[in-house]
Design a protein around this ligand. Structure first.
Ligand code: ADP
Ligand code: ASP
Ligand code: MG
Length: 795
């Protein structure tokens, strides 16, 4: 024998009711079934609203009442058609009339006691059972059963406690009597959620209580299993409405389920586990809309599952009360007084945390309990509060998040992973508690951060793929090339477990956001890629960071900001755990920055960094062999597009100075751009004014001096190179004679070369050489940063 429970979500409309009935009839072919139904979806809410409105005495409740009437009459017509059995019609009509009378009574009295509220709420289940049984009867004998004749409770209206002994007796008696009757045995359709006191007053078992009813009936009849049919495929790793990537957990232990549902997984009522545990009855959660799909089994022991946690849940509308005071230190009995006073006010404490200094005790209570909790505390600690020795802080609008799983027991690093995920996403935690069972870690956050918290923790625990969303700013040569590289490499990245998506592209005039690419329910790491040369974009980095984005850029502007601004931005990024990556700043795609970082991180000491750091200057001096004047070479390079639009921007050496500064700051040197001594190859008289082709005429006058420098170098068996040097905390750049055997002498084209002389690379420096300019290699430098970021991010 098995119990099948259909929740409101399975009884939302006629179509779903038909599906539910098909499931029952199919199951009944193989074994005896008992059905438990709750009210049709939304009905309990309407009924409770109705009662509250009736209490106001204005007659406004009639709208809600009419809605309930119409809903059930429409279902009756839709399900049973024109040939509606008179018996059902009169039963439903009688119930609706009774409900109308009760509401009228409340309106007259202008008072709705919890007892009256339960009576009103009970009509939802009574109506649903009558309809469902009648629909089943078209195919199979069935009868609706009023659970008030079976479930015996105390008189705590709205959340009554079930008395199991008399309840079990009543259930067994009822089914024994039925089994003696002749003919095909009818399927019992029992009302969930409701019960009655021993003297017959209607009670309810608390919201979502029909799960509990099903478990009680199952336990009383020693059912082989209890099936909870709902509108999702089982228990998910998180509420699928909040975490779209949640997965169905195939198997849970009773304890895990209890923790999950206690902390907000409404899919199963927390108390409903107990009767099933006592009878060791397996519970199966299934989807009425997808009966052959995945499902969750809940049994005594959990099956293996390759993740430590099973689920994440949350409870909203929580208030955090913090009792502070020196008196508590070493004063025994404080906690006892605290909890006794709360218990006396019937306040349910959801979470407790006490710091080992004993200076504070934090407790979380539900929003509804807050006034009573506060009253209890102010009364109990009256003297301490008055003397100013103790204070009570109250924070409303809080949410408790719990991570649950048997596998968390004895697994190190679980809480580390939780709080790292939260920290990285700038989510502040106001209290933490871990159950001694180690099956549950709970913490309190501001409700506004709930969705983000659930999603990032879900990502940390349940998602094996790393996601990164990119906003690419600037679509000139580099930006466009990068987008192309990303497009062609997307399948390769996907094979490595990375989902990299471009969700936005912008330049100075327009932007495109691809909302279908941005899944707002998820919180993948966000990355701003600045492929512009714009100062405005750099100024916005702070905004990006505050919006939780990492930043990657080939743009050098950020790294040469005045030290104070630069350091403040770095601090902000550090505190927000955000990366700023700029491999392409020096040597384009050459691994210069990353090599430097590896050297330093591995304990090497940097003695000297020298390099040919400007692609343009590299090209010019590779060409300069005395056959043609320098100014002609510059003019030709200009024509070929190898210089900046104004070639003086290359000749002044500032680009080299910037790169030296970046390397210096990488080593932790507090340096400014003006501290880099740098030789300007443009004669002083030609440095000002707008650039025009006439520049070359005047510039040719300096050719003689350049020729003489070259000849001197040649006499020394050397070549001329524009070299940047960083040594002993000082940086300089200028034209140097480089001996022919030196690696810098053998460059070609617009090669960059960087040589690191270090304690380990003392005799022969570590040299990195290759093309140091061009969209291809620069975009590749940016791409390599994206890959680095994917590896750095913990999930
Ligand atoms: P019913 O009306 O069938 O009793 P409920 O609304 O009580 O349905 O419970 C099912 C709902 O529980 C789902 O639609 C889902 O929105 C919510 N829910 C919350 N947490 C979870 C979870 N961890 N797994 C599955 N569902 C969850
Ligand atoms: N109908 C009741 C409620 O909405 C009981 C249930 O759905 O389980 O709370
Ligand atoms: Mg439910």
């Amino acid at each position: 024998m098995k119990v099948l429970k259909f929740g409101g979500s399975s009884l939302a409309d006629a179509d779903r009711i038909r599906r539910a009935a098909r499931i029952v009839l199919r199951a009944a072919r193989h074994e005896r079934v008992v059905v438990v139904v709750s009210a049709c979806q939304g009905v309990t809410d309407r009924l409770l609203a109705c009662a509250k409105r009736a209490e106001e005495g204005t007659g406004k409740y009639r709208d809600d009442y009419d809605y309930v009437v119409h809903l059930h009459v429409a279902l009756l017509t839709d399900l049973l058609g024109a040939r509606r059995p008179r018996r059902t019609v009169s039963a439903v009509t009688a119930l609706l009339d009774d409900l109308g009378d009760v509401l009228h009574g409340i309106a007259l009295l202008r008072h709705c006691s919890p007892r009256a509220l339960d009576l009103v709420a009970s009509f939802g289940e009574l109506l649903a059972a009558a309809l469902f049984a009648s629909y089943l009867r078209r195919r199979h004998p069935a009868e609706d059963v009023d659970a008030r004749a079976l479930i015996v409770t105390d008189d705590r209206f709205t959340r009554a406690g079930v008395q199991s002994e008399p309840t079990h007796r009543a259930v067994r008696r009822y089914f024994r009597r039925r089994s003696r009757s002749k003919g095909r045995r009818p399927i019992a359709v029992i009302t969930g959620f409701i019960g009655a006191t021993a003297d017959g007053r209607t009670t309810t078992l608390g919201r979502n209580g029909s799960d509990y009813t099903a478990a009680i009936i199952g336990a009383a009849l020693s059912a082989s299993r209890i099936e909870i049919w709902t509108d999702v495929d089982g228990v998910f790793t998180a509420d699928p409405d909040i975490v779209p990537s949640a997965l169905v957990v195939p198997h849970l232990s009773y304890e895990e389920t209890m923790e999950l549902s206690y902390f907000g997984a409404t899919v199963l009522h927390a108390a409903s586990i107990a009767p099933a545990v006592a009878g060791r009855i397996p519970i199966l959660i299934k989807n009425t809309l997808n009966p052959h799909g995945p499902e969750t089994w809940i049994t005594e022991r959990t099956e293996s599952w390759d993740r430590v946690a099973k689920g994440i849940t949350s409870v909203d509308d929580v208030t955090l009360l913090t009792l502070r005071g020196m008196r508590m230190v070493g004063a025994p009995g404080t906690a006892d007084r605290l909890f006794r006073s709360l218990a006396a006010e019937e306040v349910n404490v959801i979470l407790i945390s006490q710091a080992s200094s004993e200076h504070t005790i934090c407790l979380a209570v539900s929003h509804d309990d807050t006034p009573r909790a506060r009253q209890a505390l102010t009364r109990e600690f009256h003297y301490e509060l008055e003397a100013g020795a103790t204070a009570v802080d109250v924070a409303t609008g809080q949410t408790i998040v719990a991570i649950v799983g048997d596998g968390m027991r004895g697994t190190p690093g679980v809480s580390g992973r939780v709080f790292q995920a939260l920290g990285r996403n700038n989510i502040n935690v106001t209290a933490i508690a871990q159950g001694a069972s180690e099956r549950n870690i709970s913490f309190v956050i501001d409700t506004r951060q709930r969705s983000r918290a659930l999603n990032v923790i879900h990502q940390a625990f349940f998602e094996t793929r790393k996601r990164l969303d990119l906003l690419v700013m600037g679509v000139g040569n580099i930006g466009r090339t990068l987008l192309e590289q990303l497009r062609t490499q997307a399948p390769a990245l996907a094979r490595q477990g990375f989902d990299v998506r471009v969700v936005g592209i912008a330049n100075s005039r327009w932007y495109v956001l691809r909302p279908e690419g941005i899944d707002l329910g998820q919180w993948p790491a966000l990355l701003g890629v600045d492929c512009t040369a714009s100062e405005h974009v750099v100024a916005a980095y702070e905004v990006f960071v505050r919006a939780n984005a990492h930043v990657i850029t080939p743009n050098k502007k950020v790294n040469v900001l005045p030290w104070e601004t630069y350091a403040a931005l770095k601090d902000l990024m550090h505190s927000r755990q955000k990366y700023l990556l700029y491999e392409a700043n020096v040597g384009a795609g050459l691994p210069v920055i990353s090599t430097l970082r590896d050297l330093v991180a591995s304990g090497d000491e940097i003695v000297k960094i020298e390099g040919i750091l400007s692609g343009t200057l590299s090209y010019l001096f590779n060409q300069l062999d005395g056959t043609r004047p320098f100014s002609a070479l510059v003019q030709e390079a200009h024509r070929k597009g190898l210089t900046e639009p104004d070639p003086r921007d290359d000749l002044c050496g500032e680009d080299v100075a910037r790169k030296l500064l970046i390397l210096a700051r990488e080593l932790g040197l507090e340096m400014e751009l003006r501290d880099v001594e740098c030789e300007n190859l443009v004669p002083r008289s030609l440095r000002r004014g707008v650039f025009s082709p006439a520049f070359y005429e005047a510039f040719a006058k300096a050719d003689g001096a350049m020729r003489r420098r070259l000849e001197r170098a040649q006499e020394h068996r050397a070549v001329l190179r524009y070299v940047g040097v960083l040594e002993e905390a000082s940086a300089s750049a200028g034209l140097r004679e480089v001996p022919l055997h030196h690696p810098f002498a053998t460059t070609t084209g617009s090669d960059n070369v960087i040589a690191f002389t270090t304690r380990r690379y003392a005799k022969t420096p570590l040299v990195i050489q290759g093309a140091g300019a061009g969209a291809d290699v620069t975009a590749m430098g940016v791409f390599s940063d994206i890959l680095k970021l994917l590896h750095y991010l913990p999930y």
